[in-house]
Design a protein. Structure first.
Ligand code: NI
Length: 242
């Protein structure tokens, strides 16, 4: 059930039977010469919709723009400042809370969002210590089942940014947008992340440690199945926790 394709009476009826909700959050940022700029949002959205269908849980519109300052030296990247993203996430949670939602489960596609979203949860809890909804952040690529599949398919060439797994999942979701380009070296360098200019100097084509040429559309179907199953289990534990 998608919030954006529902009416308010349908949401009012939903709240009579369920007060949990799934919120996909991604980023709009460069993903190397072949990865789509929407990769992180595309991945979060398809997984949230998969979990929502499996469990009959409401899914909100995707938060497409995240905190991506370190990718800003590559054209096309859009970034919210950390304080802007914190405010957006807090306002979304507090909007849901006012309608009676008690469990807000974020499905995240971007590592740079993690500290900001967790900080937003703390701000929500601090702002309403008696009645704040419970919040959880699931980072799909870090799920043990997903990481194991990435190791099996790509070994160390999975990498850390513009990874083979996220490229496979986004290509599976949008096969009409599959891209190819020369990747040199095949496996990108790794190293620390500081500001945007330094990022482009260290990682000239935008990848970190990955070889996304290994990604296949059919791998994406496997990642989707494994991740939806693992997230659905985690979600059930979250909503049934005492
Ligand atoms: Ni990504």
């Amino acid at each position: 059930m998608l919030l954006e394709l529902s009416t308010w009476p349908e949401i009012e009826a939903y709240l009579q039977r369920d007060t949990s909700v799934l919120i996909p959050i991604g980023s709009t940022e460069q993903h190397g010469p072949t990865g789509l700029i929407g990769t992180d949002a595309i991945c979060a959205q398809t997984l949230a919709r998969g979990v929502g269908e499996r469990l009959g849980v409401l899914v909100t519109p995707t938060l497409h723009i995240g905190m991506a300052q370190h990718h800003m030296a590559f054209p096309g990247t859009l970034s919210l400042r950390p304080e802007t993203l914190l405010a957006v996430v807090r306002d979304v949670i507090e909007s849901l809370s006012r309608h009676g939602f008690t469990h807000c489960y974020f499905i995240n596609g971007h590592g740079g969002n993690i500290p900001v979203v967790e900080s937003a949860f703390s701000a929500v809890y601090a702002g309403d210590p008696e009645n704040a909804p419970r919040c959880r952040l699931a980072n799909w690529w870090r799920l043990p089942q997903v990481a194991a599949l990435a190791r099996e398919l790509y070994g160390a060439a999975e990498g850390h940014h513009a990874t083979a797994s996220e490229v496979a999942l986004s290509f599976h979701t949008h096969p009409e947008a599959v891209k190819t380009a020369p990747l040199d070296p095949p496996v990108a360098p790794t190293g620390p992340i500081f500001d945007a200019r330094d990022f482009r100097r260290r990682f000239p084509d935008g990848r970190i440690g990955s070889n996304p040429a290994l990604a296949r559309v059919e791998h994406g179907a496997r990642f989707r199945e494994v991740a939806v199953q693992a997230i659905a289990e985690d979600f059930r534990r979250f909503v049934h926790a005492p």
